[in-house]
Design a protein around this ligand. Structure first.
Ligand code: ADP
Ligand code: MG
Length: 728
């Protein structure tokens, strides 16, 4: 890890009242020496998005022709050169004029209480990061904006400011807090809660900055964390969006409650009074009737725009970036259409993290400046054209930027009452249009819609509760204010959507319960009245433990690869032997089966040949009988003397034999044939069947002998005899 584990300026550790900056405390070195009020064009006041093009210098002359505000493709480089018109077309490597033209008025608007967003959009290597961050020689928009902020404070003696910075990265649709230690930011991705103007990111570090030095520290730490999070830096930076935000809170330096030196008395933590309950809410307290103005300046270095359009890129990251950038594109397109044609179409803010996070700003609540960077080369024409078309769509968006102010406690209650009234009004309007709307909307839009309704109701309940807890119970007696009925919440929800929403809520709640329980279990045990030194000691111990754990985790991550590979290799080696043995066995068996089949075939052929011979012999005998050649002398029957023709002739004997035959083998034994096969089995086996007809072999010994030989030498027999698995 590059940066320190925690920062002294982490907003959770400091008293906001003690970190205020005003015209007296601004360090002179922190102020831009380049302030020139005449340069401050009032772009922000127009309800339009400021859209500028910056053409990066290149090796070859640019293929783009430009005037002050117009840009078109060199006719020699393209067929139908469309001419585009924007607020500024910028070239060159000087970042100062770029800052003055595209960012300065927006930074000032942020200081005046408006939310402001500055985007850099364009293909990878077209100069987004150069424009926003710059380098040592050419400071980019971010450091210049910070200088300008301090300069603004310096020339505004009647206000005091609290500045908080956050720095995050959206990669693969996960939000990583770049100011948190790397280990925490990966295990606890930042979540977006709430909708519309009440979007809150948690857990997100916000660091209080009081000087340029602390800003630089914050930026360096964020950059460092961003780089350690990745092995392929270029790849990641072109696929991720990085968002640097400054929350600017200010209030008038009033006389009421001021200390003799003219500064507001630090109220400290003990000051009873109202504090908004949301983590993203104002932390500077409105006091003595002086309201607190809050605004956010967001400076966004978008992922490479080629990832939004390339079909080649089908990787996981590519797809996600498509989601975020494409959603940004369609959100802006819809906003543009809506404002150009006075329509009220559904805007898909919720389809990506980036648009959801920026919803308050994009939905017209903020001043927006988009700087589209272009690569001047011929190869980049398609990408550059698509960038110009994107820029043209943004130009159509109409804005209605509003200042954000939080007034002091009494006025705040009044404000909340008004807000409740407004919300109720909106709710009933929606209710009235519901039947028409839901017919028009897709299922997904309906779900979004019902979520919005749900959030609206939640906000009403929250505000109502706020009022109840802020005032005495007596004051509220008889008050009709109560949470709106659940029936209202779900007026346009189908039962299925209702179920979905309920389940989502239960899931969120159970996660919250779990993490709360974990937090309770993990909390350090110390009596509340323990001396400060004890607390300090405990804190130091905990910090040490965290440090150690992080080292362990890092070591674990670094070293885990090696042992795992070893285990894998061991397992593979062990199994390779087993697999080899099995393969060999199988091969043997297959060879044996082949041999068996071959032998059976051979034997079948032999049997068929014998059968032919037998039939020929039988025919001969029959012929012989028909000739009436009879022997009168009885010849003793021996093994070598087969029975001679009987009355009826050889054919009769043959027939008689056939009649008495029970089993071919029995027949052989019966006749005491020299051909005796070992009784293999009672059941007729394949072999036995093959030997059908052996009985008649007694007619010719020579042949029988041959058969015998064949039988005893049969590899089939051997095989049967040898193999354990053969039936006995
Ligand atoms: P991106 O962030 O859009 O991917 P970079 O800002 O990193 O692109 O720019 C790519 C390279 O070109 C960097 O080395 C950068 O310094 C250089 N570069 C970009 N724009 C300019 C410019 N206007 N003048 C000089 N160098 C530039
Ligand atoms: Mg970049």
């Amino acid at each position: 890890m590059d940066g320190p584990m925690y920062s002294e300026m982490d907003v959770s550790r400091i008293d906001p009242e003690e970190a205020l900056v005003d015209f007296e405390t601004v360090e002179p070195g922190d102020i831009s020496g380049e302030i020139d009020e005449s340069l401050l064009k009032d772009y922000g006041a127009e309800d339009k998005v400021l859209v500028s093009i910056r053409i990066r210098p290149g090796d070859a002359p640019s293929v783009w022709q430009r005037t002050h505000k117009n840009i078109k493709l060199d006719p020699q480089c393209g067929k139908s050169p469309q001419e585009f018109m924007f607020d500024e077309i910028l070239t060159g490597s000087e970042n100062k004029p770029v800052y003055n033209a595209v960012a300065r008025s927006h930074v000032c608007a942020a200081m005046e209480g408006y939310n402001a967003v500055i985007f850099a959009y364009g293909q990878t290597a077209s100069g987004k990061t150069f424009t926003l961050s710059g380098d040592e020689d050419q400071l980019g928009i971010i450091p210049r904006a910070m200088k300008d902020i301090f300069a603004y404070i310096r020339r505004t003696p009647n206000r005091e400011y609290l500045l908080r910075c956050s720095y995050l990265e959206i990669y693969n649709e996960n939000i990583h807090d770049l100011l948190a230690p790397h280990s925490t930011s990966t295990t606890q991705p930042v979540q977006i809660h709430g909708t519309g103007p009440n979007v809150v990111l948690t857990p997100l570090r916000e660091e209080v900055v009081t000087s340029l030095k602390s800003v630089r520290e914050v930026l360096d730490r964020g950059e460092g964390n961003r780089r350690t999070a990745t092995t392929d830096w270029n790849e990641r930076s072109s696929r991720s969006h990085s968002v640097f935000r400054v929350v600017i809170e200010s209030r008038e330096r009033g006389s009421g409650g001021s200390s003799p030196d003219g500064r507001a008395t630090p109220s400290g933590r003990q000051t009873p009074g109202f504090r908004p309950p949301t983590p993203g809410g104002s932390r500077l307290q409105a006091r003595g009737g002086r309201s607190v103005q809050t605004s956010v300046l967001s400076l966004i270095d978008l992922a490479g725009s080629e990832k939004a359009t390339s079909d080649k890129d089908r990787t996981r990251e590519g797809k996600y970036i498509n989601t975020s950038l494409l959603t940004l594109g369609s959100v802006i397109a819809t906003l543009g259409e809506n404002s150009a044609k006075n329509k009220n179409d559904h805007v898909p803010f919720r389809n990506s993290k980036l648009t959801r996070m920026l919803q308050p700003s994009l939905s017209g609540d903020a001043r927006i400046s988009v700087i589209c960077t272009i690569n001047p080369s011929k190869d980049a024409i398609p990408e550059s054209t698509s960038t110009l078309l994107f820029a043209q769509r943004i130009k159509k968006v109409q804005l209605h930027a509003k200042k954000k102010e939080v007034v002091d406690t009494d006025a705040l209650l009044e404000r909340y009452r008004k807000e409740i009234e407004e919300l109720r009004q909106r709710l009933s309007e929606r209710e009235a249009e519901a039947p028409v709307r839901s017919r028009r909307l897709s299922a997904r839009e309906q779900l979004d819609e019902s979520r919005a309704m749900h959030d609206l109701n939640a906000r009403i309940r929250q505000l109502t509760k706020l009022i109840l807890t802020s005032q005495t119970v007596d004051e509220n007696k008889g008050d009709e204010t109560r949470p709106s009925s659940p029936a209202k919440v779900d007026f346009d929800m189908s039962p299925y959507q209702e179920l979905l929403a309920a389940r989502r809520e239960i899931e969120t709640q159970s996660t919250q319960i779990l993490s709360l329980e974990a937090a309770i279990l993990a909390r350090p045990v110390l009596p509340p009245d323990a001396p400060e030194s004890e607390k300090d000691k405990l804190l130091a111990e905990q910090t040490k433990t965290i440090r150690e754990l992080e080292i362990v985790v890092k070591g674990y991550e670094d070293n885990l690869g090696e042992p795992l590979r070893k285990v894998q290799e061991d397992v593979e080696r062990e199994w390779a032997v087993k697999v080899e043995r099995e393969v060999k066995l199988r091969e043997e068996k297959e060879a044996w089966a082949d041999e068996l089949v071959k032998q059976l075939d051979k034997e079948r052929k032999a049997r068929m040949k014998l059968e032919e011979e037998r039939q020929a012999l039988a025919a001969f005998v029959q012929k012989f009988d028909a000739l009436g050649l009879e022997t009168t002398l009885p010849v003793p029957q021996t093994k070598l003397n087969p029975p001679l023709p009987m009355p009826g002739g050889a054919a009769a004997v043959f027939a008689e034999r056939h009649k008495h035959r029970i089993h071919p083998l029995d027949a052989i034994i019966e006749t005491e044939s020299p051909i005796r096969l070992a009784p293999l089995s009672i059941e007729p086996s394949l072999l036995e069947e093959e030997w059908d007809g052996v009985e008649d072999m007694s007619f010719e010994l020579e042949k029988a002998g041959k058969v015998m030989k064949l039988g005893s030498q049969s590899p089939v027999r051997e095989v049967f005899g040898d193999k354990e698995n053969t039936p006995p």
